[in-house]
Write a protein that binds this ligand. Structure first.
Ligand code: CA
Length: 239
C-alpha cells in the first residue's frame, strides 16, 4: 500500500476541523488534528507531517507564533486557514513563512487545490527547485527562456518589467504572491513604495493578456495582499 501523505490540522473549531479531516481522508490523506497551538508545534516535530493547515485564532497560542516556532527549524508547507479577513494578518502570516492561506468559508475543491499546490511547491523546494521552462493555463502560454508570451497562439508584447512580473507570478502559479514580494523581485529589495507602479503595470498586463481585464482569468487579485496566477496546467497534470 502506498504511503499516505500526512496532514496536520491545527484548528480549534470542531466542525471546520472535522470537515477538513473528512475531505482529506476521502482523498486518501492521513490526518492528525489538534485544537491547540502548542500541541501543533510538538506534533509537527514528533509526527513529521508533509503539510500543516493552521488556523490563526487558537485558544492557547497565536497562530503567528506557531508559524514562527515551526519556521525556526522546518520548511514544511504551512497553509493558513482563517476566518479573519484582515488582509494585514494574511500578509504577516505570509511574511513569517506561511506558504499560502485559505479563507473560511471554503469548499473542498478549493481546499484540495491549495493543498496540492503547497505540497508541490514544498517538493520542488526539497528537490532543489527545478526551474520550469514553460507555463500554460487556458490560452496563455509562456516560454521563460525565449521570453515569449502568447495568448491563443497570438504573441503578446510585454515590456521588460511586465515580463518580470508575469514570469515571477507564473513560476509561483497557484500561490498568492504579496505586493512586497513582487516589488522586491522586480525592483530589488531597496525599492521605495512601488505599489502604485505595480498596479499600473498590472493594469497594462491585464489589458494585454485578458479578454476582459475587469474579470481576469489568468492573474487574480487577492485584495490587500497581492496577486495569484492561475495554476500551471502542465504541472497540474504531472501530479
Ligand atoms: Ca479559531
Amino acid at each position: 500500500m502506498q504511503n499516505k501523505v500526512t496532514v496536520l490540522i491545527i484548528e480549534d473549531e470542531k466542525n471546520i476541523c472535522d470537515f477538513i479531516a473528512t475531505t482529506l481522508k476521502a482523498q486518501g490523506y492521513k490526518t492528525i488534528t489538534t485544537g491547540l497551538g502548542r500541541e501543533g508545534v510538538s506534533l509537527t516535530a514528533s509526527q513529521c507531517p508533509e503539510i500543516i493547515l493552521l488556523d490563526l485564532g487558537l485558544p492557547d497560542l497565536d497562530g503567528m507564533e506557531v508559524i514562527r516556532q515551526i519556521r525556526s527549524y522546518s520548511a514544511i508547507p504551512i497553509l493558513v486557514i482563517s476566518a479573519r479577513t484582515q488582509e494585514k494578518e494574511k500578509v504577516t502570516a505570509l511574511d513569517l513563512g506561511a506558504d499560502d492561506y485559505i479563507t473560511k468559508p471554503f469548499g473542498s475543491s478549493e481546499l484540495m487545490a491549495r493543498i496540492r499546490t503547497a505540497l508541490r511547491h514544498g517538493a520542488q523546494m526539497a528537490a532543489g527547485s527545478p526551474v520550469a521552462r514553460t507555463y500554460r493555463s487556458g490560452g496563455l502560454h509562456i516560454d521563460f527562456e525565449k521570453r515569449l508570451v502568447t495568448v491563443d497562439g497570438r504573441p503578446v508584447h510585454l515590456t521588460q518589467v511586465e515580463f518580470k512580473i508575469v514570469s515571477f507570478l507564473a513560476v509561483n502559479s497557484g500561490r498568492v504572491m504579496t505586493y512586497d514580494a513582487i516589488i522586491s523581485h522586480v525592483w530589488g529589495p531597496y525599492a521605495d513604495d512601488n505599489n502604485r507602479i505595480l498596479r499600473v503595470n498590472m493594469a497594462n498586463i491585464r489589458r494585454k493578456l485578458e479578454q476582459n481585464p475587469a474579470e481576469p482569468r489568468f492573474i487574480l487579485t487577492e485584495i490587500g495582499v497581492g496577486y495569484r496566477m492561475a495554476e500551471d496546467e502542465s504541472r497540474q497534470e504531472s501530479v
